[in-house]
Design a protein. Sequence first.
Lengths: 380, 427
Amino acid sequence: MPAFLLAVPLLLSADPVSSDWPSAVAAIRAIDQHGRGHAEAARAWPRLAALPAERLEDLLAAFDGANPLAANWLRAAGETIIERDGLHKAPRQVLLDWVLDRKHDARGRQWAYELLLQIDSRAAEQLGPRLLDDPSAELRRDAVQGLIDKADALDRAGGDRPAIVGAYRQALKHAVDRDQVRAIADSLRRRGESVDLPRHFGLLQQWHLVGPFDNTAGKGFAAEYPPERALDLDAEYAGKHGPVRWLAHQTKGDEAAIDFNERLGEEKAVVAYAFARFSSPGKGEAELRFSSSNAVKVWLNGRQVAAFEIYHAGSQFDQYVARVELAEGANELLVKVCQNEQTQSWARAWKLQLRVCDRAGAGIARQEPVAPRSQPGESR
Amino acid sequence: MDSIENNADRSVRFRRSSARYWLWRAVVVCTAAFAASGGPAVFADDWPAFRGGARSGVATEKGLPETFDPSTGANVRWKAPLPGRGPSSPIILGDRVVVTAASGPKQATLHVICFDASSGRELWHRRFWATGHTVVDSFGGVAAPTPAGDAESIVAFYSSNDLVCLDLKGNLKWFRGLAYDWPQTRNDVGMASSPLIVGRTVIVQCENQGSSFAAGIDLGTGEDRWRIDRDRSAVWSSPTLLPGGEGESPLALLVGRAGLSAVDPANGKTVWSYEAACHTIASPAVAADRVFLPAIGIHALRADRSKAEAVKLWYEANLRSDNASPTLNDGRLYVIKPPGILLCADAENGSLRWQKRLTGPFWASPVVVDGRLWCVNHAGLVQMVTLSDDPKVENVSLGEEGVLASPAVGGGGIFFRTDRHLWKIAR
């Protein structure tokens, strides 16, 4: 047999990508915390990066089910492929289909979208209407911006007021990023329209508060005061300075933040509890997003879902995010907010702002001023 | 500005990417850096980390411009747009300049961009998703730590505690999410400590009120070599290399709120420590066995490895540095004291030689370039001070505000990084 024929089977099986692609993907997806799986992943990564750009769909499929670390390894392989083969080799239609198919991983879709924009800057405009209610905030953003831009253009062109307001309302309906929401709200308010930002964001506004309890030397964070054991809005507790009772509290303004200094009196080394009930339209995944300059613990329906013992190290909207499962209908939330003993002027804040939203950031909590009907301590 | 402004083509330059060039560079490997760091192959005129190879903000390269003029383009070799914000400084590895940035409404897209130092052409660009949170003060940014590199690797670190290792061509070597590993690791003002490469170990300080630690990570594999608990309080200053003496391995200096620790890069064990109320942003300056520690003034220390201790040589309360780190050059220590007073002291005894009022505030640490101290303030005003007993100041504005990044020097130029551009100043 001629020697060159011996080489044929080798050539046919020489596609390094197809021959061990599944094992290479598996190695990347096995990466976990603390560098686990790095050795295998590092060996596998060049095989991923060897994929021809025409076959990017294989790489995109690897994002589905990948953890955030693995997603970054995959993206790096993808960028290496594009840099080597050129953007013109990327399969435009595959990318388009991938972006629009919501069953795929949001990161893979986001990367496909970014590639599409590099291929065709008009892609955002074309895809916009189909991304407005996307579960990924990142994919929604350009689509919402498109609506804002249209409303602004209508305004500049001297369009009639109902049309302009309608355009901004349409943008607001889909907006989840705070900067976009606020920009739309400002435009509407300048035209005399009312906008309920707390409701839009799902910020809780109706609370019951009790305190202060003792937090000398920061010991109150770990201490289990009576509201953590059993909730009774009619109860009287032994507070730091004497008996304390629950007080009904309604937040004010767009920020819908509780200022404990205003409601309970300004002091240091203290703990307060805030309780709220809200309703959810259905059972399922949601996020509690909250902000505080103080140490906080959060319980949802009797289960602790977050704890951060951090004082006065910055505070911003959506500072903390806890992924939770909501019950359909009534849900109960208890938050412990601890103030420490720092005396600097910037350490005065003793506040809490909390909202309930879906994964994209759209508010989903609804509140009615009703008395609690259960004893959370029974389920804790 | 969306395109590179490039004056590099005016002259034909030696092709630095050639094999000959690299061979030549390999010959002139900086022996001091080699000995000091246990062997990372950095080169004499590279700027491989925050404040350069010796971490003291002193350039070895000569023949660089004494001034520049953005209005005429004089000595502005090129200016490249950046895809996102960042207080991080550029680093220079041979003919490459590497910058990090963060973009998006939450600064959650992390960038590593590599430019050709000669032309300003983008060689490669990698993007990653932050796996830790990206809440930072609006003043700063997620791309706050300066990357570090050697002849084989680039390590980029972010306030989200994501740590990326790439080769010099942009191929991923590994990616770690340190806040993915330890979710309580966070400082919502933002974290800014820059990584330090010592031999084959990357040292990071993640000091905050949550899960607070320092770690040594294998540069080759990205796996933990060691991890030590640190005080639960925020620190933004960067680990600094203390070179070893004859037959000694180097140490890594870790600033904590209550003192300085010298740890063995191989295992994280503390060799000596020194108690002081340290500045939590400025980093120490080091020369041989001397450490100049910002801590309500400067504490000058002599590290004694044989006794595993640091001996205080002098303390000068007046040398009270602000956020910019002190700079050491030719036996003089330079400290910028609020509200922008440049102090020059004798490094032997701390005595003040002269002081000069500059225009602050300063976040960027100054650099010494051929007998001049280049100081850039937050407003983008570059103030070049002659380092003589009768110092003169020349001011040039970059025309871009919000400068937090320290300049880098190497690759034939002086590099400034603003939120929008990377500048190369060269003849």
